[in-house]
Design a protein around this ligand. Structure first.
Ligand code: CUA
Length: 155
């Protein structure tokens, strides 16, 4: 089979582009650590209430102005809800779902995470601005989905 030179050039170019992009995304993911969260921390969703730290959901101070919020999500609530933290606090949310996939979105921030049964989700945010932040579930989780909301008060 004889190939035109043009064809060869385009083949080499497109193959080179693919390899280039793969190398670039691989470099970002593995060398720069920019890959998506790996969800490597798993948990038995049937038994969340008996497994630390989810056996005691709540707001815990872990540093001078650092907090951890251990939170379980289930239809159709966040536990704990109506969280209060001081302004400037850095908060790590450690979350899991006891039933179906829920969302954890905090209005006016970059916080937006999917919380899946069987997996532990961790995200950190520093709250500089005092105010009442609306927390919403943004994954459809059943008939009460639109009522699944709470607040974070920063003061
Ligand atoms: Cu939980 Cu929608």
């Amino acid at each position: 089979m004889k190939m035109h030179l043009d064809e060869k050039i385009w083949l080499i170019l497109s193959f080179g582009l693919i390899m280039g992009f793969m190398f670039f995304t691989g470099y970002q993911t593995f060398v720069l650590g920019m890959g998506p969260p790996s969800h490597m921390e798993t948990i038995d969703p049937q038994n969340v209430d008996n497994i630390a730290p989810f056996d005691e959901p709540g707001v815990y101070q872990v540093g001078e102005n650092e907090y951890e919020v251990v939170m379980t999500l289930e239809i159709f609530s966040f536990n704990p809800g109506n969280i209060e933290i001081p302004a400037g606090a850095t908060v790590t949310f450690i979350m899991t779902s006891k039933d179906v996939v829920h969302g954890f979105q905090v209005a006016d921030t970059n916080l937006n995470a999917m919380v899946m049964p069987g997996h532990i989700q961790k995200i950190t945010q520093t709250f500089h601005e005092p105010g009442e932040y609306l927390v919403l579930c943004n994954e459809y989780c059943g008939t009460g989905h639109q009522h699944m909301a709470t607040t974070i008060t920063v003061k």
